[in-house]
Write a new protein. Structure first.
Length: 101
């Protein structure tokens, strides 16, 4: 679920795009087995998003605010995202030490 305009426009060469939306082409990036980044807010619930829209919806153009309210649903795939994060952090890794001097 995207709320603000901040997003990764051009990922680095080390990043692999593993998730995207119509709004955000680089919504989820993996950096080998070192890091996982997520642009949307998977922690938002439908109730929280509805509250955000009610509290700050006037900052959005009316047609966008109306469409957002109409499309808030309980099906935000938060448990799917939690499973994906858990799998990423639980998988075996090859540890590489890098010397800086």
């Amino acid at each position: 679920m995207a709320w603000h305009q901040d997003q990764m426009i051009q990922p680095t060469t080390e990043a692999e795009v593993i998730g995207h939306t119509d709004f955000c082409a680089n919504a989820m990036l993996s950096y080998d087995d070192t890091a996982l980044t997520v642009q949307p807010h998977p922690e938002f619930t439908a109730a929280f998003m509805a509250d955000l829209l009610a509290a700050g919806g006037e900052i959005l153009p009316p047609d966008i605010a109306r469409a957002a309210v109409e499309n808030v649903s309980d099906d935000l795939a938060t448990s799917d995202m939690a499973d994906l994060f858990a799998a990423f952090f639980k998988r075996p890794r090859q540890i590489q030490c890098r010397r800086t001097s």
